[in-house]
Write a protein that binds this ligand. Structure first.
Ligand code: ATP
Length: 237
């Protein structure tokens, strides 16, 4: 234990005023895992993703990313994290390449490494032919690929995706899920979703979140027909 963990999270929580959004979350993520946080709207998924990515200060608890304390050494820890928020700020007038170069510099990549990093991210996300297109002219599905490309441009060990397929049509959903599966070969992945078929399609493990708490967790392999109609998962929702 320890060495192999990308994420170690202990009693992580967040309040807003007197309200508890996330109460006390403890879990770890090993390399090679795709972990899904499944839960209804308001369960605290986005709050959790924002804390794990270092974008939101927790009210309590600890997070280690690749053995680095996220709260004590945020800059060092964040070098290992790629994050796609639920609504990534995509600048519609920028081309895909301009935006990815901007993201790469923001993540602290030295100038001389930016060009290759952008090309690799573009290639890996199926954006090879659209580098010179303004983001605003792309379909929703392609814009989502750009959102994922900016999250992996610095080759982080951990990729966090908040509701990665929300608002996409069925074909785009299939394409983005396939892309997430290819990412999982090289990165640990944490994603949030409110739809069961999403975890069934891409995750190796699921944690169900209700009202700020984890109420169930299981490897997908032990859930039988989760992909079909819900199987054992239905009992817990
Ligand atoms: P969704 O899919 O709708 O984003 P979620 O599971 O991601 O749902 P959160 O967005 O994390 O849930 O919200 C959890 C709870 O915290 C909700 O009750 C929400 O109203 C509250 N909350 C979230 N952000 C804030 C904020 N900035 N100020 C006050 N309350 C907030």
């Amino acid at each position: 234990e320890g060495q192999n963990n990308l994420v170690m999270c202990r009693e992580l929580g967040r309040d807003y005023g007197g309200q508890t959004a996330v109460s006390s979350l403890s879990f770890s993520l090993a390399r090679g895992e795709v972990l899904g946080f499944l839960g209804p709207n308001g369960a605290g998924k986005s709050t959790t993703m924002n804390m794990l990515s270092g974008c939101l200060a927790p009210s309590r608890g600890e997070v280690e990313i690749c053995g680095i304390d996220l709260l004590a050494s945020p800059a060092q820890a964040k070098a290992h994290i790629g994050y796609m928020p639920e609504h990534p700020p995509l600048y519609p007038e920028l081309t895909v390449d301009e935006y990815l170069r901007f993201a790469a510099r923001l993540r602290g990549l030295p100038r001389r490494r930016v060009k290759a990093a952008v090309e690799t991210a573009r290639e890996r996300c199926g954006l090879a032919d659209v580098g010179h297109r303004p983001i605003g002219q792309l379909s929703r599905g392609y814009q989502q690929r750009v959102g994922i490309a900016q999250a992996i441009v610095h080759e982080p060990a951990l990729v966090i995706l908040d509701e990665p397929t929300v608002g996409l049509d069925p074909n785009q959903v299939r394409e983005i899920r396939a892309l997430i599966q290819t990412l999982a070969r090289d990165h640990g992945v944490i994603l949030s979703t409110h739809i069961l078929p999403e975890v069934a399609a891409v995750c190796s493990r699921v944690q169900i979140m209700v009202r700020g708490q984890l109420v169930f967790e299981s490897p997908m392999a032990e859930l039988g027909d989760a992909g079909e109609g819900g199987g054992r998962l239905k009992l817990h929702l």
